[in-house]
Write a protein that binds this ligand. Structure first.
Ligand code: NDP
Ligand code: MG
Ligand code: MG
Length: 340
C-alpha cells in the first residue's frame, strides 16, 4: 500500500522563518507561490524580465532576477518549463545556491534524466501537485487541495522529507493527500499518463471519433458535441465514482454498448502501443528526442502544433464555444498563458 500523508503528518514549523524562491511564474508558479503566501510562508519570485515579471509584481510579490532570488532562499522550487530548467539551473541557480538549502521540483524529469546534477550539500525534493496550476490555486481558495506526490532524491539535512511535507501543506496538497513516490516513478508514470491516456490517447480518440462520424456524412457540430464536449460530463462522473459510478449514471443501452464495443476500439493494438511508449520512456528514448528537439529549435514540435490546431474539429469547436457563456466566463478568471 502506498504511503499517504495528510495535514496531521506535517510540521509547518519546519518552514517558519525560511524563504522560498519560486522560479517561474506560469501555470504552477503562480499557483504554488500564491498558496504558500496565503499559508504564511515568505516567498520571493525568481524570473527573467519577460511576460510574467509584471504579472507577479501586480500580484504583490517581491520579484527578482533568478540569481538574486536564489541567493536569499532556503528552498528553491524550479517551476519553469522542464526543457529550460537545465540551462537556467547551470547558469543562474547552481552558482548561488546556499549550502544547506533545498532544491525542489514539481516533476522529476531533469533529475531522473540527468539534466540537473545538484551538489551533495543540498536537499533534493519533489513536491508535485497532480493537477494543472490554475486548479491548484482555485481548489486551494475553495478550502481544499489538489492531491500530490512527494519524493526525496537527496537528503543532505536529514530533514528533507519533513521539509517537503511542510511545503506540500503550504500549497494545500496535504488537505487532499500526498503519496510517497520516487523521482523515477513520478517521472515515468507522469510521462506515460500524459502520452498514452490523458493527453495523447484522449486527443486521438476524440479526433478518430469525430472523423469517423463526419466522414460518414454526419454534421460536424453534432460530432463535436458527441465526441468532445460530452467527454467532460462523462469524466466528471468517473472522477466522482470511478468507472462503475459513470456506468451507474448512463443508460443501460450506453452501458451495454460500452462493454461490447469499447474493447473493439481500444484493443490489443493500443495495448501494444502503450507498452512501446512506456519502454521508450523507461529507456530514455523519449527524453533524448525531446531534449534534442529543443536544442534544434523545436521545428518539428511547432509544425505539429500548427497542424493539430488546423484540424476541422478545432474549427468547429472554436465557433461553437463562442456561444458557451459559462466557458468564456471561466476563462476570463484564469491568468496563465497555458490556457488557450
Ligand atoms: P510554465 O510553462 O507555465 O512556466 C512558465 C514560466 O517560466 C513563466 O513565468 C516564464 O517566464 C518562466 N520562464 C520560462 N523560461 C524562463 C527562463 N529562461 N528564465 C526564467 N524564467 C523562465 O511551466 P509549468 O507551470 O507548466 O511547469 C512548471 C513545472 O511544473 C514543470 O516541471 C512541470 O513539469 C511541472 N508541472 C506542471 C503542471 C502544470 O499544471 N502545468 C502539473 C504538474 C507539474 P516568462 O513569462 O518570462 O516567459
Ligand atoms: Mg507532465
Ligand atoms: Mg449519447
Amino acid at each position: 500500500m502506498a504511503k499517504v500523508y495528510y495535514e496531521k503528518d506535517t510540521d509547518r514549523e519546519v518552514l517558519r522563518g525560511k524563504t522560498v524562491a519560486v522560479v517561474g511564474y506560469g501555470s504552477q508558479g503562480h499557483a504554488q507561490a500564491q498558496n504558500l503566501r496565503d499559508s504564511g510562508i515568505q516567498v520571493v519570485i525568481g524570473l527573467r524580465r519577460g511576460r510574467s515579471w509584471e504579472q507577479a509584481k501586480r500580484d504583490g510579490f517581491d520579484v527578482r532576477t533568478v540569481d538574486e532570488a536564489v541567493k536569499q532562499a532556503d528552498v528553491v522550487q524550479l517551476l519553469m518549463p522542464d526543457e529550460v530548467q537545465g540551462k537556467v539551473y547551470n547558469e543562474q541557480v547552481a552558482p548561488h545556491l546556499k549550502p544547506g538549502s533545498a532544491l525542489f521540483f514539481s516533476h522529476g524529469f531533469n533529475i531522473h534524466f540527468g539534466q540537473i546534477k545538484p551538489p551533495a550539500d543540498v536537499d533534493v525534493v519533489l513536491v508535485a501537485p497532480k493537477g494543472p496550476g490554475h486548479l491548484v490555486r482555485r481548489v486551494f481558495e475553495e478550502g481544499f487541495g489538489v492531491p500530490g506526490l512527494i519524493a526525496v532524491h537527496q537528503d543532505a539535512s536529514g530533514k528533507a522529507k519533513q521539509l517537503g511535507l511542510a511545503y506540500a501543506a503550504g500549497i494545500g496538497a496535504t488537505r487532499a493527500g500526498v503519496i510517497e513516490t520516487t523521482f523515477k516513478e513520478e517521472t515515468e508514470t507522469d510521462l506515460f499518463g500524459e502520452q498514452a491516456v490523458l493527453c495523447g490517447g484522449v486527443s486521438e480518440l476524440v479526433k478518430h471519433g469525430f472523423e469517423t462520424l463526419t466522414e460518414a456524412g454526419y454534421q460536424p457540430e453534432v460530432a463535436y458535441f458527441e465526441c468532445l464536449h460530452e467527454l467532460k460530463l462523462i469524466v466528471d462522473l468517473m472522477y466522482e465514482g470511478g468507472l462503475a459510478g459513470m456506468r451507474y449514471s448512463i443508460s443501460d443501452t450506453a452501458e451495454y454498448g460500452d462493454y461490447v464495443s469499447g474493447k473493439r476500439v481500444v484493443g490489443d493494438a493500443s495495448r501494444e502501443g502503450m507498452k512501446q511508449v512506456l519502454a521508450e520512456i523507461q529507456n530514455g528514448t523519449f527524453a533524448k528526442r525531446w531534449i534534442e528537439e529543443n536544442e534544434e529549435g523545436r521545428k518539428q514540435f511547432t509544425r505539429m502544433r500548427e497542424t493539430e490546431a488546423d484540424h476541422p474539429l478545432e474549427e468547429v469547436g472554436r465557433r461553437l464555444r463562442k456561444t458557451m457563456a459559462w466557458i468564456n466566463e471561466e476563462k476570463k478568471g484564469q491568468s496563465t498563458e497555458n490556457v488557450p
